[in-house]
Design a protein. Structure first.
Length: 209
């Protein structure tokens, strides 16, 4: 399958401070990310959010692999799958994993497939992406509405690692509806967040009084 490639792959952030974009509401599980390839001293494939912010980058070997696919004319897209923090080596680092899809031809079908896949991932479901030629043909025949029924689990959690975001929370879904033009949902989302903060403060106050 020279015209299709898909997998899940880990990415890194530049630093803990640069991870603010990854952790905030502007970068949600299920978001479709741009893959921007650069070649300075080495190959580097950057993940860019829909708000044109750098989220993180893939390792050099995988970045080189994506550069080869791009040189062959394949379009490359990524979807944020989960985010994590590992405390070793100190001072620790933020990272994550993205679903990467590269394709050539049949653009409407693959674009629809990516959108449907992003919705599933946003729900915390990780469909299998190690697809054979028959599965790819199903994507094309069904105009992107077909998704693999098989799923894969999150990677085994290593000591010192915390998985932070694996799906879209209720408040994040409300914020997204607000961004889409539903002002009522946007207002409700902020009320929800303010109430949550108030409950946390109240809980802390109760502990110390």
């Amino acid at each position: 399958m020279e015209d299709f490639f898909a997998c899940y792959h880990d990415f890194s952030t530049v630093s803990k401070s640069d991870a603010a974009v990854l952790l905030g509401a502007d970068c949600l599980v299920g978001d479709v990310l741009e893959v921007k390839l650069t070649l300075e001293n080495k190959h580097r494939a950057w993940l860019i959010s829909r708000f044109d912010q750098r989220v993180g980058y893939f390792d050099e070997e995988f970045s080189r692999q994506l550069s080869v696919l791009a040189a062959r004319g394949l379009a490359i897209t990524a979807i944020l799958s989960f985010t994590a923090f590992t405390d070793q080596p100190e001072p620790g680092y933020y990272w994550g994993q993205a679903a990467v899809i590269a394709y050539k031809g049949e653009e409407p079908a693959f674009e629809a497939f990516i959108q449907n896949l992003s919705k599933k991932i946003g729900e915390g479901v990780r469909p299998l992406l190690d697809l054979g030629s028959q599965s790819v043909q199903k994507i094309i025949e069904c105009n992107g509405t077909w998704l693999p029924s098989q799923t894969i689990a999150l990677p085994e959690k290593k000591r010192g690692t915390a998985i932070l975001k694996t799906h879209r929370s209720l408040s994040e879904k409300l914020i997204e509806k607000g961004r889409a033009g539903n002002k009522g949902c946007y207002a409700v989302s902020w009320i929800f967040l303010l109430l949550l903060v108030a409950l946390i403060i109240w809980g802390l106050f109760s502990l110390f009084t």
